[in-house]
Design a protein around this ligand. Sequence first.
Ligand code: CA2
Length: 149
Amino acid sequence: MDRTVLLINGPNLNLLGTREPHIYGSTTLSDVEANTKTQGETLGITLQSFQSNHEGAMIDRIHEARGNVEYIIINPGGLTHTSVALRDALAGVAIPFIEVHISNVHAREEFRHKSFLSDKAVAVICGLGVFGYSAALQFVDERLRASKT
Ligand SMILES: O=C(O)[C@]1(O)C[C@H](CCCOc2ccccc2)[C@@H](O)[C@H](O)C1
């Protein structure tokens, strides 16, 4: 478990870099995962990545993280705005998490302004593009180091 972080990306984020680049940029999900893994290695953090288009699979992966992951960085995709079950899974395993959105959801359609997760998150990052993932990992590193002093 020591310094292990789980990166979760939700539905449709497998399309990252191939569709709607004007909203989500041109970096692919596999590049995001590779770049974040490399950043983790420089920080002494083991990064596990998971992407699913299925709410239940995301919930199962969150359950599996219990006892072997210290932090979760999650972009829930559209489930952000709909999923009580995802909220309950994150709260249930009691692993601190950061919610990341590539776009500035608050500058988009009204229905994207509501998150079922944000009030349970340690932090929410949105609008930084895929840099949000890097910023989240940097933050997690500092939190993990602080918790060990
Ligand atoms: O801005 C974000 O990261 C979102 O979580 C992305 C979700 C959409 C995930 C789909 O991502 C795509 C990426 C490229 C092409 C098509 C979809 C959207 O439903 C949220 O409101 C905000």
